[in-house]
Design a protein around this ligand. Sequence first.
Ligand code: PLP
Length: 463
Amino acid sequence: MTSYPLEPTRAEMLAMSEAGARMLADFVEGLPGAPSVDLDGLDDLLPALLAPPDEKPRDFDVLLGRLQAAAAASVETAGPSYLAYIPGGGLFASALGEFLARGHNRYTGVAGLAPGLVAMEQGVMRWLCGEFQLPTAATGIATTGGSIATLTALVAAREHMLGETFSDAALYVTAHTHRCVAKAARVAGLPASAVRVVPTTDDLRMDPAEAARMIAADRAAGRRPAVVVATAGTTDTGTIDDLEALADLAAAERLWFHVDGAYGGFFHLTERGRRRLAGIERADSIVLDPHKALFLPYGTGVLLVRDHNLLQAAFAGDANYLQDLGSDGDLPDYNSLTPELTREARGPRLWLPLHLHGVAAFRDALDEKLDLAIEVHTALADDPRIEVGDAPDLTVVTFRLRGRPEAEQARWLERINAAGRVFLSSTRIGGEYTLRLCVLAHRTHADRIHEAIDLIRGCVPAG
Ligand SMILES: Cc1ncc(COP(=O)(O)O)c(C=O)c1O
């Protein structure tokens, strides 16, 4: 029988899969004891990793070992120690769904080629549209992350609000809006001057009165205000803008209301989160990042748009070579809703963990993180050497050493992280160097948070 080297036998596939699954199970099992950062030995590893492939085949086990070493040489973004930036963890069931989806290699740019897998993604999107109380005309699509979801939303908003010329456009953000918004505006062809930074109130929320004043001034100066961008959980401090007030403003001014819920949106699944996110249901577009607060592995964002037709108007188009592909009635052709044509099946990575674990498991995990963030805030606020930010809206706690210079704050962060049990990051608030701790990885529980609190206090320099 002819054998083709690119087509492993059943026995070979099973052996490779089992070795890979074992490696992953060992990895996940070892996460509680893993160092928060392990970049030692990287210099020895890099030459082999950067080497081009040989003409001849190599041994699978050797290659698997190399992959394992490459993955190990990292900041431990999957473990309980990761409290920096915006964690997520990476659910095993999602990784498995992804492996299976990739193995089947289905095409989901048009519904007709893999309607089952498109339906799987749509089922999750429709559930999310319902969760956010969007009307039946709403639609959702899985993207590769929040930045691409934001770009997709802004192109739809630009098309609908501004038409073909938009050098006079204005969209409203704050200093704490994620950088992906300005980046998306630029990629969407808007000039840098279109991004208008609205002052915040003392509690770091967009000031609706200032926004109204700027919109009026911009109109008077001949600009065309188009989009209000609210953030449902800023990266810096986890702060939720006043979504009701900004929805009122957008409605009164007839602007597109975009909500960046990449970090905070999924807290809507909890009772506290739903209360704090009131007004999100009035958005024209919502960005969510399942690779943050739904704990998926990196690579999955979501865009929800209130009116399916507006997304379609921005991205749909015909091509002769697609003439054989009729649309599949109820299921969307995703290529008409985004800049992408070819895309993999993104449903299984969402669908499998949600159905396998059930939604309550996600609500409970998010509730647990809300409680843990309050615990951190309360414990640090009790220490007179530490100055804490406002009580967290979600799960980011900010703090700095009281009355100490910036260099000492940075050294404090280094000392906390050097123990290898937690990994925190910093930002600037009002220009001041500030440490931040974000509880969001699904594997972070009370034991690690207690360790983090002890380390933060224990590393305060004598002064
Ligand atoms: C509030 C917020 N918006 C948008 C993004 C961008 O999302 P992504 O990194 O998935 O592109 C992030 C990422 O951290 C974020 O925190």
